[in-house]
Design a protein around this ligand. Structure first.
Ligand code: LHQ
Length: 260
């Protein structure tokens, strides 16, 4: 296993750490492949927590690895997106359990947008989100051109992307870009407690919530009503529903042990 990714199994859930702190955890191909393998091996986990080692979360692409001066011929960056970033974002969104991102420090370029692809984003108050792409002649990738307008609206999306100004975590939370900004020393304890809580929940249903909300972004209300009926049919047939109702009626804590 590559040292660029740390994987800690914490019972039912998994903590994954981007681990190239000397380069602010920017992505090279080795780290991409190691993260892909870590997420694949988390397919049965009941929650995933993604964070970064050291003072940053992730500074996006390691620009030393995609330096046009050192590349043969005309750079084709679509290859990097098709082979690495797009599969990563799709993998995070498709995971059948909640993915929490604990943004421990600066999140720049693709690093910011990989964080935004996670289901719940917590950030340390000292963290900043930077759409660095505009500074180097690129467009926000890893879903950024989609996530930004959907999360914060077009006016803020355009200003963030065009100016590449750092957005402090607290403003990101105020704007609805992320869920919460926390005091730095509270970030990991709260993120781990959240992962533990979600891992003890009805994982099948939580995965269905995630997928239904994804679908809502492009569906009409009518389509979404149909999707809710189909989804609720699946959820109702799952043992977690029977356990949730039994626990409620018997006034006890539920024990959601079933596989997602
Ligand atoms: C880095 C990086 C980095 C290499 C910090 N690369 N070393 C997709 C398709 C294909 C190609 C292109 O990209 C993409 C997607 C993208 O992500 S494009 C956007 C790429 N990212 C950036 O443009 C951000 C570049 N980094 C920065 O602007 C700053 O480092 C930030 C604002 C993130 C942090 O600033 P500081 O806190 O002042 O830290 P620093 O700049 O001193 O960085 C610390 C070290 O990390 C330093 O190394 P050194 O050996 O000098 O100590 C940096 O060179 C290295 N580093 N980001 N992306």
């Amino acid at each position: 296993m590559s040292e660029t990714i740390g994987v800690e199994s914490r019972g039912d859930w998994v903590e994954i750490t981007l681990n190239r702190p000397e380069k602010l955890n920017s992505f090279n191909e080795e780290m991409h492949l190691a993260l892909r393998a870590a997420l694949e091996s988390a397919a049965e986990a009941r929650a995933v927590l993604l964070t970064g080692a050291g003072r940053g979360f992730c500074a996006g692409q390691d620009l030393g690895d995609r330096d046009p001066a050192k590349m043969e011929g005309t750079p084709d960056l679509s290859q990097t997106l098709t082979n690495f970033y797009n599969p990563l974002v799709r993998q995070i969104r498709a995971l059948p359990c909640p993915v929490i991102c604990a943004v421990n420090g600066v999140a720049a370029g693709a690093g910011a947008n990989v964080a935004l692809a996670c289901d719940i984003v917590l950030a340390a108050q000292s963290a900043k989100f930077i759409q660095s792409f505009g500074k180097i002649g690129l467009v926000p990738d890893s879903g950024g051109t989609w996530s930004l307008p959907h999360l914060v609206g077009m006016a803020r999306a355009k200003a963030l992307a065009l100016t590449a100004e750092p957005l402090p975590a607290e403003t990101a939370a105020d704007w609805g870009l992320i869920w919460k900004a926390l005091p730095d020393d509270a970030l990991m304890p709260e993120a781990r407690a959240l992962a533990e809580k979600l891992a003890n929940g009805p994982t099948h249903g939580l995965g269905q919530i995630k997928q239904a909300l994804h679908a809502a972004i492009t569906n009409t209300m009518d389509e979404q009503l149909d999707l809710e009926a189909e989804t609720q049919k699946r959820c109702g047939a799952h043992p977690d529903y029977a356990e949730g109702v039994a626990a409620f009626l018997q006034k006890r804590a539920p024990n959601f042990g079933a596989k997602p």
